[in-house]
Structures are given as C-alpha cells and as structure tokens.
Design a protein around this ligand. Structure first.
Ligand SMILES: [Zn+2]
Length: 276
C-alpha cells in the first residue's frame, strides 16, 4: 500500500491522492519544524493547552494557515478530552478555537462539515488522527483517537452520525494518520481489555511484551482500522500511514518526550475557490 501522507513542505504532510483527485480538498498533518516556539515546544507547536506562550502558538498557526491557503481565521478547533463527542460545524463557526483556546468547541474530539472555506483542526502528539471523506456527499470529517477515544469508538460514532444523515458507509473513505506505532506503544492490561470488545478475530492489533507480564504492544492504527471496518467502511476504502510520531524526530511525541512537548495539527477542509 502506498503511503498516503506525502511531505508538501518541511512544516506539513498532505494526503496526496485526495489532494490530487478531489479539487479544493486540503487534508494533512503538521510537523514540529518551522515555527516560533522554543524549549519543549521547539518549534511549530499548535497546542494552546500545553503551557506554551499563546502568541507563539498563534504565530505558528498563522504560518501553517498561510502555507495551506486557509488563514487561521478559517480554522475550527476543539477542547479535546479523549471522549467520543462529535460536532457538525458550519461557516458560522469559522475561527472558533483558532487563535484563542477559550473559544474552542468544548469536550469535542470529532468534527465534520459539508461547508467549504473552513478548516477542521485537531491537535496531536501520538494519538491517532482519523480523516473521513464522502466525495458523493461533499462531506469531510476528522477525529482524535488516543487509546481512550479509540476504545470509546469515536471512529465508529463518526460513521454512525453520517449514516443518520443519509450517507452509507460504502460512500465513506477513511485515512489513518501519523501517530505512535505498535513498537513504540506499550500499554497494560487495562487498555487491552478495553480494546478486546472491538476485536473478534486475528490478526490482533496487539501482542504481549516478551518478559514483561501484563504489558502489550498495541497498534492504535490497526485497532482503528478494525473499528472503521466494523462500522461498515469497506476495507479497501481505508488507508493507514506508516509514519510514527515517536520514531520520527520531526514530530512531537508525548511518550518519547515524557509529556513535555508540543502538539501537531491534523486538518481537513475544502477550499471555497479552486485556484490552479
Ligand atoms: Zn514508532
């Protein structure tokens, strides 16, 4: 399978074939390179909630916005809580959570829209970004899936919500974005027990750590893929990245950096006018 995330600039990756096949669609994931933040947040931190200086976070967001052709004022962001609440948004929400954290959608880990000219944004450092597209219905969505959001089935809930709006799972494509890989992600029984409810047969998305009882390596990417399949999206319509936020030093990693780190932004939106 070809890698969906291709570097478009040292500050971000894009989902290349969506970009090429769907006029005006912009979807991708930032790196930590090319920003103004310093110290633990060096340098392209986009998270307001991690005690970085807000003016530098704003500048970083504006830099990415200019590069993408989606000014920060068109972004929509959320106070992410590792839950499974999903919000449908419109142009009227433009700018919420973009430059001031206190204007974000509260307790929200998933966003979707049918409207153009807005960029759905969520922040990450190891958690899994999920991207959703229905070309037929001109809808895009995104969700933040750490282990908690994953086992709460946020990906499943996104599909359920779209089904209520008349979109069948066969009409949905999904991409699983840069996040911590199985080798880098060690978890205990508590997480695995919660994961098991989504898994009914092999290959399992986790395996025991040899010589360390009760510890497992978990692929959150694979687990999310299984959950999206369970929701009805055809397997061939789901693609997953090989890029790991912990293996690669171009990303912030909550695990690798022991909690003191910045956040990348995952984004998806339609441009209002397609320029050449
Ligand atoms: Zn890794």
């Amino acid at each position: 399978m070809t890698e969906p995330f291709v570097s478009a600039h040292n500050s971000f990756y894009i989902i290349k074939d969506w970009h090429e096949a769907v006029p005006g669609l912009v979807a991708g994931f930032s790196t930590k390179v090319g920003g103004k933040s310093t110290g633990d947040f060096n340098s392209l931190n986009t998270g307001f909630h991690v005690n970085d200086r807000p003016e530098e976070v704003r500048a970083n967001r504006q830099t990415i916005g200019e590069l993408l052709g989606f000014p920060a004022e068109t972004w929509i962001g959320a106070c992410q809580t590792h839950g499974n609440r999903i919000e449908g948004v419109t142009k009227l929400d433009s700018g919420k959570g973009a430059l001031h954290y206190n204007t974000s959608f509260s307790d929200t880990d998933g966003l979707y829209t049918n409207e153009k000219g807005i960029l759905l944004t969520l922040c990450y450092a190891d958690c899994v970004p999920l991207y959703f597209l229905s070309r037929k219905h001109e809808r895009v969505g995104t969700a933040h899936a750490g282990w908690k959001g994953t086992v709460l089935g946020i990906g499943f809930h996104m599909v359920e919500q779209w089904k209520k709006d008349g979109i069948t799972p066969e009409e949905i494509e999904a991409v699983i974005g840069p996040s911590i890989c199985k080798k880098c992600y060690k978890v205990d029984n508590r997480v695995i027990d919660a994961a098991r409810r989504w898994v009914n047969d092999s290959p399992l998305p986790f395996s025991p750590v040899i010589g360390d009882p009760g510890q497992f390596h978990l692929s959150l990417q694979h687990l999310n893929e299984l959950i999206l399949i369970k929701a009805g999206i055809p397997k061939q319509s789901i693609r997953s990245t090989k890029r790991c936020t912990s293996c690669s030093t171009e990303f912030f990693s909550h695990r690798r950096d022991q909690g003191k780190t910045g956040r990348m932004v995952g984004f998806i939106g339609w441009k209002e006018r397609v320029s050449s």
